[in-house]
Ligand binder design. Structure first.
Ligand code: F0G
Length: 475
């Protein structure tokens, strides 16, 4: 049974409280408690607020006033300058390392590749965060809550970016020790180097991300360690702000499409919640459509949503096809496998929240193969900023949807570039290499046939004449 606002007031002392996402359960819990699922029915939790007591502005434009308060670290933060839309902690409790200084770049070079009219394609560069990925948006929120709960250790399983982000926040704040679980050989060097350098306790499991995720949940429960994976509802509150910044960069105009890579489905879930709340507050009058892009080698959402017709259905998710598919994967020993290691995930923990987002945002799901991902990545790089392979799935997905006619050339499209180019230099160098063996070992083994847009280094003798001739020939 849902509780009334008065009942919430009586039970929960904070503005914020946790609420089960299952509308038939709707159980609520204190914000100042540590949970990753509902005690009553086991479903995921949302953070909800007594909005009538919150200081929600009457127009999004009012947030521009915070720009003049940038000397206050909390207002400098691209997350906390929207504090009024995620008010689960008091101002003095907020933790920031300067996350969210990201850029919405309009790019016709990549737009031409996708097939858009000029001026219509935008890339949201989340790689510009302190740890080099969008994860910092959520991590500052999770670490804020962890510190409110006086946690001394925080843990996550990770394909690399969550762990890099957690390790950074723990070392920069010295508030708690980071314990990270990674799969064997599954994490790119850029990300692993961050966790090691920032001093996290790094536990390498003989298995993949899905195995590490199961273990970290068990271990956190057993040892009372604060879990920061995206089953933590506070993390997703921070990730809502990626959408607030996209709107801010578009001078508060709503785009037609948000295109995002899908792994554990925290981002897509957070984006859906952001727009649900903005619409409920009357701060926007329409909602963009959502496209979630899986890698073909890790396509559970695509399989369930597009092929088996699984829907949120107002909260009545038919679990049978989901259970059946998980059983099939178990029987066949199916493991996720893609060059986009960040989204090499077959059992996304936020599946239900993502289904909710897809319903609210009239969403679609697509899968793109490693060839498409790397070709799109090279175009993003040529466009001047670069990203890691998983991020380029958004651009490859937008291109596919454009070709299908689902996205119109005149639509205003925002692709989220989730992680920095330097996170995975191995994939980039293998794509552009002149060494066939390096190409074959790293990419050919995954079905990538050719580097369609390779920019190959030119070998020249160490002779001035030859060097000059080469430059004249190629430029
Ligand atoms: N892009 C990058 C660069 C990522 O690191 C991730 C997730 C995603 C996309 C997918 O986002 O999980 O919200 O759907 N990385 C996680 C990690 C799983 O451990 O770093 P999602």
């Amino acid at each position: 049974m849902l509780q009334t606002a008065q009942e919430h007031n009586a039970i929960h002392t904070d503005l914020a409280f946790q609420r089960c996402i299952n509308p038939r359960c709707g159980a609520t819990y204190e914000a100042r408690s540590v949970r990753t699922s509902c005690d009553k029915c086991g479903d995921l939790l949302d953070i909800d607020y007594q909005w009538d007591r919150a200081a929600v502005p009457s127009s999004l434009k009012e947030f521009e006033a915070t720009w003049s308060e940038r000397t206050n670290p909390v207002r400098f933060s691209g997350v906390w300058r929207f504090h009024e839309l995620l008010p689960f902690a008091a101002q003095k409790e907020l933790i920031t390392v300067g996350e969210g200084q990201t850029l919405l770049q309009q790019t016709d070079l990549v737009g031409d590749y996708v097939g858009m009219d000029h001026g219509r394609l935008h890339l949201q560069y989340e790689g510009m965060n302190p740890s080099g990925s969008f994860k910092d948006n959520g991590m500052c929120a999770a670490v804020t809550h962890a510190s409110m709960m006086d946690a001394k250790r925080a843990a996550c399983a990770s394909t690399g970016n969550t762990s890099a982000s957690l390790a950074l926040y723990c070392s920069a704040t010295q508030l708690m020790k980071a314990v990270i679980f990674i799969g064997s050989g599954k994490i790119s060097y850029g990300k692993l180097s961050q966790a090691l350098d920032y001093g996290a306790l790094t536990v390498q499991i003989a298995g993949d991300f899905d195995d590490a995720m199961i273990r970290v949940r068990q271990v956190s429960q057993e040892l009372g360690i604060y879990l920061v994976n995206s089953v933590n509802p506070f993390r997703l509150e921070g990730q809502k702000t990626i959408m607030f910044r996209v709107l801010e960069a578009l001078r508060w105009e709503v785009p037609d499409w948000i295109v995002v890579p899908g792994g554990n489905l925290g981002n897509s879930s957070a984006f859906g919640k952001a727009f649900m709340e903005l619409k409920a507050h009357g701060l926007i009058d329409r909602v963009p459509r959502l496209a979630v892009i899986n890698a073909a080698g890790a396509d559970t959402l695509y399989e369930l949503y597009e092929r088996r017709g699984v829907r949120w259905n107002g909260g009545n998710v038919d679990m049978d096809p989901i259970v059946q598919y998980n059983d099939e994967m178990d029987r066949e020993g199916k493991k996720a496998d893609t060059i986009a290691s960040a989204i090499e995930i077959n059992r996304p923990v936020n599946l239900k929240k993502c289904l909710r987002a897809l319903e609210f945002m009239d969403g679609v799901v697509r899968q793109v193969d490693d060839q498409d991902i790397l070709d799109a990545k090279s175009k993003v790089g040529a466009g001047g900023f670069g990203c890691e392979p998983a991020s380029a799935a958004s651009v490859a997905g937008a291109r596919m949807l454009r070709r299908e006619g689902v996205i119109a050339p005149s639509d205003r499209v925002v692709c989220i570039l989730t992680g920095h180019e330097l996170k995975d230099p191995t994939a980039t160098v293998a794509y552009h290499t002149t060494d066939q063996q390096v190409f074959n070992e790293t990419l050919g083994s995954r079905g990538v046939q050719k580097a369609s847009h390779a920019n190959r280094a030119v070998a020249v003798p160490n002779e001035l004449d030859d060097i000059i001739k080469t430059i004249q020939l190629y430029s």
